[in-house]
Every structure is written in structure tokens, then in C-alpha cells.
Design a protein around this ligand. Structure first.
Ligand SMILES: Nc1nc2c(ncn2[C@@H]2O[C@H](COP(=O)(O)OP(=O)(O)OP(=O)(O)O)[C@@H](O)[C@H]2O)c(=O)[nH]1
Ligand SMILES: [Mg+2]
Length: 440
């Protein structure tokens, strides 16, 4: 999907990551590469410049959060800005407890009928009772095409071969499914004797059925022309959402997506192939993540934010006074885990520098699980004063936690190590250490 854009962006990232240092020169070069990749994908020139200027400004001005390298930060800025360019999160807000009506709009061949079938499949899988309505009375074969799709998805279809008025069919279809279904999708005509007639018919269908969503279907291969097409439809009937089809291999897909988002209407779905399952809800962060060969950006961003370890000042003060409890130790382990999971995420991302031995991390996490269960079996007094744990207490804790005594001795020795570290370190060093604990 969107191969050329993906290749262009990935090449730019690779070059940045391969550079010795990230300085003004390499950032500017990175930004030029990005511009080229976006424009080649038919992203409107003005938009491409705007987004890359923001990337450049932020890359030069913002400091990376603790534990994140400059390169990683610049790449994550790119993710954020691209996702922002592509608008908010897609999908539709539907309520299973009532009848939801979707009317499909779009010019001929854009993919309305196919997308109707795909949506029927998607929402049936999610437990909706779906009915589809064949309100395209213009194109011969339209009803048969939809019937085949209805069969493939196992949803009920309403059609009326004798009725030539599409508004009447749409209204009758909605009425028929009222009560028995909770989602009705109405497929309309894309062809008409004249364009004005098509827009007029749409207006009437929308007026007649009062849909919850008018979903405009646009062929993604037209690139940035999406913008004017969406605007023309929006004037005729307010567009509630956009589905962009044929993004599989569409060289101009990047432009189509950006232009559609620029109309202010939400891109809800993207079609990525001719098969019935080739439809997905459009989630810009996830999409951009995939473009760059990584997972969901949002998840990554959250992990990065989580990993910006906040040093708990009260805790530092107490520990400085020589009082170190088992809870403090657990707190440290938890901080380590945050860093660990961040590194694990980063590790899967080409271009990110996380050189992590994930087996080691897993092992460390397993140990922390063991320690946690041991600490849970301690009394309040034992947790506050671990030095009071003698051999009979040790036996009791082992029994209570289901762990062996060796594990408990190991935990106690980690506690002692930590205590020695705290004793010998100064306040500033301790804060540093708490921040960096897992970063080794
Ligand atoms: N590759 C690819 N082809 C698609 C996609 N969506 C639709 N198509 C194809 O595009 C062609 C037109 O799709 P239709 O669903 O018939 O379009 P329509 O908007 O209903 O067309 P009219 O009924 O004539 O207005 C078909 O050959 C579909 O298989 C997609 O996401 N990817
Ligand atoms: Mg059709």
C-alpha cells in the first residue's frame, strides 16, 4: 500500500539515522528528502511545505525527553506531524441499541457498491444486524452486484426491480429494516444523465432517509483532486465522513488522504483491495506507523511519555535520610520496567536506536514478578524494615509467596545493594540514578 510514499519516507529516515550526528545540516537534508517523498505522492505542495517546516522547526528547537536520543526524537516528531496532517481518528460512532443509517455517495466507479459490501462485512463481524439497500436504479447490473455481495457477507438486502425512483427505494428499504436491524447501508447511483441530476438525487435521498452518516466514497488514485471532489459533494449534502478506496498501490494515495483530511471531513475508512475484507478504519497514527515500517505511533508516543520518569522528591528525601523500604525497591523496579517496555517498542522500529537484548529484558521482568509476589507476602513491618527479616520470617514468607528461600535471599541482597548505593550517593546522584535506573 502506498509503496512509493513509504519507500521515500523510509529512505529519508534511514539516511538521518545513518548520519553521524543530528545537526542543523542533517535535519535540513532530512526535511528536503521528506518534501520530495510527499510531493511525489501527490501531496499538495503547500501542505507538504507546511508539514516539513513544522518538522524542521521542532527538530531544531525541541529537546529529546530523558532516555530518548535525538535521532529517535526527530523521527517521532515526523510521525506526529504526518499523523496530524492526516486528521483525526476514523471509524464511525454507531449505537447498537438503535437503527443507524449510512448513505453511500460518490461518483461512478469510486467504489460505493464494493465499500457497501465491505462495511456490511465489517459491522456484521462486530455483531451488528446489517441490512443493505440497492438504491442504484440507473446502472444495469447494480442490483445484481450488490446481491452477490449480500450473499458473500450473509446480510439481508432490500431491492425493488420495478421501482425506478431511487429515493422511494431508499426510504422503503430503511422502513423495511426498522425493527429487525440496527445498521442499514444504502448504496446509491454514481451515474446519471448529468452531474447536476446526480447531486440532486443525492440531496433527495438524504432528505428522504435522514441518515446518521453520509459517507462519501472517493477513488484514491485521483490524488489531491480529492479536495475539490469532496467539496462539491459537501455543498450538495453535508458529508459526514469519507472512505478512500483503491489505496492499494495508488501512487497518489498520500495526496488523496491529505487532501481529504484538509476538507475538514473525517477520513473514516480506506479501501486497500478488491476483496471484501480489504477495508480498514483509518487511524492516522497507525497508518503513518505502517508507512514507516513500525507499529502504532500512538502506542509508541504513550510509551515514550510514560518513560519520562518523574522523580518523586519526597521519596528521594526519605531515602536520603537512610530509610529505604521494600516499597522503594519495588518502585525502582517499576521504573525500570517502564524503560524496558519502551526499549522493547523502539527495538522493533527500523531507524530507532534501541539496541536492546530483549531476552535480558524478559529475564529481568520475570525476576521483578517474583520479587513482587515475595514483597506482597511481607508484613508492613517487614516491608518497612527488611533488615528485621530473620530465618524464621524468611521461611514464612517463602511459604506465603510460594517462592523458594533462595529467591528471597536474592531480593534481600538487592535491597542491601540499593541501600549501600543510597548511602554512598549524594542527592543529585541519587536523583540521576532513579531516572536512569533502567537505562543500562
Ligand atoms: N484495487 C481496488 N479496487 C477497488 C477498491 N474498491 C473498489 N474497487 C474496484 O473499483 C471498481 C468500481 O467499484 P464499484 O464498487 O462498482 O464502484 P461504484 O462507486 O459502486 O460504481 P457505480 O455503481 O458505477 O457508481 C470495481 O472493479 C471494484 O472492484 C479498492 O479498495 N481497491
Ligand atoms: Mg455501484
Amino acid at each position: 500500500m502506498l509503496d512509493s510514499l513509504r519507500d521515500g519516507l523510509q529512505a529519508a529516515v534511514k539516511k538521518l539515522v545513518g548520519a553521524n550526528t543530528v545537526d542543523e545540516k542533517s535535519v535540513k537534508e532530512f526535511v528536503r528528502d521528506l518534501q520530495r517523498a510527499l510531493i511525489q505522492s501527490d501531496v499538495n505542495v503547500k501542505m507538504a511545505l507546511e508539514v516539513t517546516e513544522r518538522v524542521q522547526k521542532r527538530a531544531l528547537e525541541e529537546k529529546p525527553p530523558a532516555g530518548v536520543t535525538k535521532k529517535d526524537q526527530v523521527v517521532s516528531i515526523l510521525y506526529e506531524e504526518l499523523a496530524r496532517l492526516l486528521g483525526g481518528e476514523g471509524g464511525l460512532q454507531l449505537d447498537k441499541n438503535r437503527l443507524n443509517v449510512i448513505v453511500m455517495l460518490g461518483v461512478q466507479g469510486s467504489g460505493k457498491t464494493t465499500t457497501t459490501g465491505k462495511l456490511a462485512r465489517l459491522y456484521s463481524k462486530r455483531g451488528f444486524r446489517v441490512g443493505i439497500v440497492a438504491a442504484d436504479t440507473f446502472r444495469p447490473g447494480a442490483v445484481a452486484q450488490l446481491k452477490t455481495l449480500a450473499e458473500a457477507t450473509g446480510v439481508e438486502i432490500y431491492s425493488d426491480d420495478r421501482e425506478k425512483n431511487s429515493v422511494k427505494i431508499a426510504v422503503a428499504g430503511k422502513k423495511k429494516f426498522q425493527g429487525s436491524k440496527n445498521l442499514v447501508i444504502i448504496d446509491t447511483a454514481g451515474r446519471h444523465k448529468e452531474e447536476k441530476g446526480l447531486l440532486q438525487e443525492m440531496k433527495e435521498v438524504v432528505k428522504g432517509v435522514e441518515p446518521d452518516v453520509t459517507l462519501l466514497v472517493i477513488d484514491g488514485t485521483i490524488g489531491q483532486q480529492c479536495f475539490s471532489q469532496a467539496e462539491a459533494f459537501h455543498r450538495a449534502a453535508p458529508v459526514g465522513g469519507i472512505a478512500i478506496t483503491k489505496l492499494d498501490g495508488a501512487a497518489r494515495g498520500g495526496g488523496a488522504l491529505a487532501a481529504a483530511a484538509a476538507t475538514g471531513a473525517k477520513v473514516c475508512f480506506i479501501g486497500t483491495g478488491e476483496r471484501i475484507d480489504d477495508l480498514e478504519e483509518f487511524v492516522p497514527t497507525r497508518f503513518v506507523g505502517r508507512l514507516l515500517g513500525m507499529g502504532d505511533l500512538k502506542a509508541l508516543m504513550e510509551t515514550i511519555r510514560d518513560a519520562e520518569v518523574q522523580v518523586d522528591e519526597k521519596r528521594v528525601q526519605r531515602m536520603m535520610s537512610g530509610k529505604l523500604t521494600m516499597d522503594d525497591l519495588m518502585y525502582q523496579f517499576d521504573q525500570m520496567k517502564k524503560f524496558g517496555s519502551l526499549k522493547k517498542v523502539l527495538e522493533h522500529i527500523p531507524g530507532f536506536s534501541g539496541q536492546v537484548d530483549s531476552k535480558e529484558l524478559d529475564k529481568a521482568e520475570d525476576r521483578v514478578k517474583v520479587y513482587r509476589s515475595i514483597i506482597q507476602s511481607m508484613t508492613g513491618d517487614e516491608k518497612a524494615n527488611p533488615d528485621s527479616i530473620n530465618s524464621s520470617r524468611l521461611k514464612r514468607i517463602a511459604k506465603g509467596s510460594g517462592r523458594n528461600e533462595k529467591d528471597i535471599r536474592e531480593l534481600l541482597s538487592r535491597y542491601k545493594q540499593m541501600k549501600t548505593l543510597v548511602k554512598t550517593s549524594k542527592g543529585r546522584e541519587l536523583r540521576q540514578m532513579m531516572r536512569r535506573m533502567g537505562d543500562q
